[in-house]
Design a binder for this molecule. Structure first.
Ligand code: GLN
Length: 315
């Protein structure tokens, strides 16, 4: 086993879970009612090792919206489908140094990276572009499900409708990108945006997220099914950009302090990858001023403190 004394390990994880439970800072996102209504008491931590050992504490079977945690998955799927060269002819690899929904492009007029909205909208346009939109959604849904080893992957239509109704910023971004010729030929702006909102509105649980993160930790082979779902190159590139760009405007500090590839979403989830060891998903709806889950960040700091999982520990 990758973690020999798993029982003792999970007792320590449970201790960290309890410590974080006392963290009552922050508040849930409130730009749409479906997120504003979230219960700030919800707190779940689930993990899955690369050899398939599982542990869950708290609210790990309640569905929540994946939101920005969909970005690394869509990027990994696009890479697996069409290769890095093609994908990166449309989107860069540089932290933007700006907020996730800022209307800005890099010096060659491409989105800075696939982990911010601009890059994620373009990445969405690259997913099975020749299929009809319903089949594109089915395709991505079924790929998420494979990456998650068959765990729950749902959809919140109410969230999708709200996202679409309050999307002025994302529409502005898309028009700005169309003006700058960022989209692939034949991409339909409105359909692409709706597709992007739908992918943000996919529902998962913390247990789903743990297996997803574990597949990334395991080079693209889902540890619970043994199925190869993403190429090794796709996972390498995805983890690189999660490491540098995954945590909004806290990404540099998170890389410094925790040294792990991770991606957070506005519903309060964080996908955390400990390469070659395990995937973790934390979920707590209350966010800090940068948009990251307060309890999730506390969890990551405690985790790295206790187990030396930082990329540059133990050199
Ligand atoms: N769905 C929202 C948007 O695209 C927020 C995504 C996120 O988790 N930051 O603006």
């Amino acid at each position: 086993f990758i973690i020999p004394d798993f029982i003792q390990f999970t007792e320590q994880i449970h201790d960290i879970y309890e410590i974080c439970k006392n963290d009552r800072r922050g508040k849930p996102a409130d730009y749409i009612p479906q997120l504003a209504r979230a219960n700030p008491d919800n707190w779940g931590v689930a993990l899955c090792t690369v050899d398939g050992q599982r542990y869950s504490a708290g609210d790990t079977t309640i569905p929540f919206c994946i939101q920005s945690c969909s970005k690394p998955l869509n990027y990994a799927l696009a890479l697996t489908d069409m290769g890095a060269e093609k994908v990166h002819s449309y989107v860069g690899q540089e932290p933007s140094g700006r907020s996730f929904n800022e209307i800005c492009l890099d010096s060659s007029n491409k989105p800075h990276n696939p982990m911010i909205n601009a890059g994620a909208i373009i990445t969405s346009s690259l997913l099975k572009p020749t299929l009809r939109i319903a089949d594109r959604f089915d395709y991505v849904h079924s790929q998420y499900k494979r990456i998650a080893g068959g765990e729950f992957v749902g959809f919140s239509n109410a969230t999708y409708l709200s996202e679409k109704e309050t999307a002025d910023r994302n529409f502005s971004l898309a028009y700005y990108m169309r003006e700058n010729k960022c989209f692939p030929e034949n991409a339909d702006l409105v359909k692409t945006l709706e597709f992007y909102f739908q992918l943000c509105s996919v529902e998962i649980t913390a247990e789903t997220g743990a297996v997803i993160a574990a597949t990334l930790a395991n080079g693209g082979i889902c540890p619970t099914t043994g199925e190869k779902v993403l190429t090794g190159d796709a996972v390498r590139n995805t983890l690189s950009l999660m490491y540098s760009c995954g945590m909004y405007d806290y990404s540099g500090q998170f890389a410094f302090k925790c040294g792990l590839p991770a991606k957070s979403g506005v519903a309060g989830a964080i996908l955390i990858v400990v390469p070659n060891v395990m995937g973790v998903c934390t979920w707590a709806p209350s966010l800090d001023e940068l948009g990251n889950s307060c309890r999730g960040i506390t969890f990551c700091k405690e985790l790295v403190n206790k187990f030396s999982f930082h990329n540059y520990d133990d050199l």
